[in-house]
Design a protein around this ligand. Sequence first.
Ligand SMILES: Nc1ncnc2c1ncn2[C@@H]1O[C@H](COP(=O)(O)OP(=O)(O)OP(=O)(O)O)[C@@H](O)[C@H]1O
Length: 378
Amino acid sequence: MKVPRVVIGMSGGVDSAVSAFLLKKRGYDVIGVHMINWDSQEEGISSCPRSKDEVDARSVCDKLKIPFHTVNFVKEYWNNVFLRFLENYQFGRTTVPDIDCNQSIKFDVFHKIAQEKFDADFIATGHYATTSFGDFQQNKNEPDEEIRLFSGRDPLKDQTFFLCTVTQEQLRRAMFPLGSLYKSDVKRIAEEQGFHSVVQKPESMGICFIGKKKRFSEFLDEYIEPKPGRIVLKDGKIIGNHHGIHQFTIGKRINGKYLEERSHFGFFVSDIKPESGDVVACEGSHHPHLYATKFLIEQPNWIPISNPLKSYPPSEIMCRIQRTHPPVPCILEKCGDIISVVPRLPLRATAPGQMCVFYTTKNECLGGGEIIKIQDTL
Ligand SMILES: Nc1ncnc2c1ncn2[C@@H]1O[C@H](COP(=O)(O)OP(=O)(O)OP(=O)(O)O)[C@@H](O)[C@H]1O
C-alpha cells in the first residue's frame, strides 16, 4: 500500500519544524513547502532574495532528510489579505488578517498547490488545534464522515479562533500534528532534535507584513491617504483632530498628540464613524461605552454539517471575540441573514470587522461570523 503523502507548511518557526519531525517519525512520505507571501525586497526592507525564515525552514527539512520547496503567493496574499486589511482600516474596522490568511491562502491556494503540484493526500500545519479525526487523522472511519474542530490541548496556544472559517472539505484533508501537545513539549522536542535556529526565535506574529514593523502607524500611512477628521466626546464636544480614522482602533488609548484636552485617565476610542470621519472618545479604559452588551454578526461559517443553532442546546454555546479571551456564554437570535449576539458578560472593545467565534462548553469550535454593528453598550 502506498504510504500517504503529507505536505507540511514550513514557516521557518518551531511549530512547523516539530510537526514535520512528528510526521516523519510516524512514517509518512513528508514534503516541506515554504510559502513566500510578502515581498520584502519590493518593500525595501531587505536586499536578500532569501528570508531568514526560508533558510531556517530549509535547514530543518535538510536535517530531517525530506524534500523542501518554496511556492510564491505574493500576488494572492496582496489581493486577498493585504488589500482587505487596508480597506478595513480605511473604514475604521478592526481586522484579523490571520483569519483571512488561513481562509484564502493556507487552506485554499496552499491546499490546492499541495494537491495538484505535490500530489498530497493530506496537508499539515503547526496550528494548535485538533479534530475528531485525531492529530494524524488516525481515527477517521468512513470516507464522508463529518469532521469536527476542537481546541488544541494547550489553552494558551489554542489557534482555533483563527481557523473559524475553515470548511468540512478543507478540514478533512488537514492535519494538526501538535494538537495534543503543549508548547513546552514542542520546544523540548525541537531542542532534542537539534533544531537550534528555530527554537531560539521569538514567537511569530503570524502576519507577514506586520511581523517586523516597529512603527505600525507609519507603515499604514504609507498605504492609506490622509483624511482629516475630529475627535469628539459622545455629547459632541470636540477634543482633538486626526489625519485619518485608520490610525484608531476601538478600545485603544488615543495618543496625546491628537488631543487638545488632557485627562488623568486617558481618552479611549469608543466608536469610529467612517461617514463623518469622527472618532468618538470616552474617558478611562473601563468606561461603560467600551463594553458591548449586544452586537450583530453576519451569517457565520458553521464548521459542523448541521446548523449548531438547531443541533446544540443554547446553553452550550459560548463565544469569544479575541483569541486570548476565554469564551463566554451567549444568547444568539437569528434575524434573517444576521445574528444578534448577547454575551452573558459585557465584552470590552468589541468592534466591527472582528470575528465572533463560537464554541461549545466541550471545546468544540463551531465557526464564526464577522461583527458588523455594535447595538448596545453598558
Ligand atoms: N510562510 C509559510 N510557509 C509555509 N507554512 C506556513 C508559513 N507561515 C505559516 N505556515 C504554517 O501555518 C502554521 C501556523 O502559522 P502561524 O505563523 O500562525 O503560527 P506559529 O505557531 O508561529 O507557527 P511556526 O512556529 O511554525 O512559525 C505554521 O505552523 C505553518 O505550518
